[in-house]
Design a binder for this molecule. Structure first.
Ligand code: FES
Ligand SMILES: [Fe+2]
Length: 450
């Protein structure tokens, strides 16, 4: 792993490397996206036929399948993929189906799997997918074992994320991720360890969920506390192809807030929304005495973050204030977002539910650990929206979803009306249209470049 320090920012203060804002060049008119895509059963069927079996999807983490015999069942809508670490240490993925009469072979996750045995009539495969046993085999006549391996799916890893693709002809994962791996290489994501995944069952389409982590436009209204400690104006966005990015500086108030905020007020907002990154309780007061001459609130936050890391044996002395307080948020089509800075990693995914009005928000949570730290098996939890309390900001994101989904059904709402500030949402739709091969008449309109 290489970790190249970014150029230090003068004075240690967060400064905008460029002054690009989140809006960029405004289009001539808004982009109009048909609302039906968010609730139509026919549209969801098209996604299940043409998109989900063709794309790379984050399934679990290396921490879930690190040892031979570890397995993890990944589900997405009707699809189920079994990821297995073989006796040879190689990760393999298979469609989770028995070649006899179609039973699902495994569910959930676990360890010490020695073989894959169907629970219905007992056909059994080894961990590399070769059929080894068929009870009462002579009843089938000439049954060639070699013709019935488990059906393969593609599997690959990027950093400690495990991705699968049901399309065995798919482009390599590295190509699918485009510029993302290089862009975040400085961060050393390999040193993070997953400690938990939380899957929240929500009353919303997977796109309704994914849109919420594809734009910063909603922060001023939905996240008033966060707005007091992050810059949502000079938050430049990039679109590569399947992927895109937003950069956001934390530890400063939004330029949209007109009244001046004191350092203590910015600190309070930061501690309320993400104090856990410094190991602090929500009501911890601003430690004014820790501030040295010329230091900003951001410098104090960075110092505290480093001290908290030191307590876990993590050396963050290489990281600048900017590297700790600039959030790099990536979107990978169709449904994943990676949020990272020098001491923070969260991966979010949105998955389809049993019908277009239901979906899953998956939060994959990580902690930076000393280099080479052993994995601990993540705790995987599934819960309802009422049970989920993933902190103030994510709770606000979740609370809006059911009303959003209900609103999308109202007959007068034919289209969503999107700003260039929401161009990562627009880009998701652009890619979706390509996979679904929608006719011209069903595509989005507007958004022309001036
Ligand atoms: S369905 Fe699996 S052995 Fe019969
Ligand atoms: Fe949000």
């Amino acid at each position: 792993m290489t970790r190249t320090a970014q150029p230090a920012v003068a004075g240690g203060n967060p400064a905008h490397v460029d002054r690009d804002d989140a809006i960029g060049t405004p289009p001539k008119s808004p982009t109009l996206v048909p609302a039906e895509r968010y609730h139509s059963a026919a549209f969801a069927r098209l996604e299940v036929e043409r998109m989900w079996p063709k794309v790379w999807q984050v399934a679990c983490t290396v921490d879930h399948v690190a040892e031979p015999g570890d397995y993890f069942e990944y589900r997405c809508g009707p699809y189920s993929v079994l990821i297995v670490a073989g006796d040879d240490g190689i990760l393999r993925a298979f469609q989770n189906v028995c070649r006899h009469r179609g039973n699902s072979l495994c569910s959930g996750s676990g360890s010490e799997l020695r073989e894959v045995k169907c629970g219905y009539h007992g056909w059994t495969w080894d961990l590399s997918g070769s059929l080894r046993r068929v009870p009462n085999r002579k009843g089938f006549g000439a049954l060639r074992m070699s013709e019935f391996p488990l059906l393969a799916a593609k599997v690959d890893t990027w950093e400690r994320l495990v991705f699968v693709n049901l399309d065995t002809d798919a482009i390599p994962l590295g190509e699918f991720l485009e510029a993302v791996p290089n862009d975040i290489a400085w961060c050393g994501l390999d040193d993070f360890r997953c400690y938990a995944t939380i899957t929240v069952e929500v009353d919303a389409n997977w796109k309704t969920i994914a849109d919420g982590f594809s734009e910063t436009y909603h922060i001023q209204t939905l996240h008033p506390e966060l707005h007091r400690c992050m810059d949502d104006v000079y938050a430049p966005q990039m679109i590569w192809g399947h992927t895109g990015k937003s950069e956001q500086i934390y530890g400063v108030p939004s330029p949209l807030i007109k009244e001046p905020l004191s350092d203590a007020e910015v600190w309070d907002a930061y501690v309320t929304t993400q104090g856990a990154l410094m190991g602090l309780a929500e009501d911890t007061a601003f430690p004014a005495d820790e501030r040295r001459a010329g230091q900003s609130v951001s410098d104090v936050i960075a110092q505290r973050t480093k001290a908290f890391a030191t307590g876990r044996g993590v050396d963050l002395s290489w990281a600048s204030t900017d590297q700790i307080l600039r959030l790099h948020q990536y979107n990978v089509f169709p449904n994943m977002s990676v949020l990272a800075n020098a001491d923070h990693l969260t991966v979010l995914a949105a998955r389809p539910g049993p019908d277009p009005d239901h979906g899953e928000l998956v939060m994959i949570l990580w902690m930076r650990m000393p280099p080479g730290a052993p994995r601990a098996k993540p705790a995987d939890m599934r819960m309802t929206t009422d049970e989920a309390h993933p902190g103030l900001v994510l709770s606000q994101d979740i609370a809006v979803l059911a009303g959003l989904q209900r609103g999308l059904h109202q007959p007068g709402l034919t289209h969503l009306t999107l700003s260039n500030e929401e161009r990562r949402v627009i880009n998701m739709h652009r890619n979706l249209e390509r996979y679904l091969d929608l006719p011209e008449s069903a595509r989005m309109t507007g958004g022309e470049t001036p």
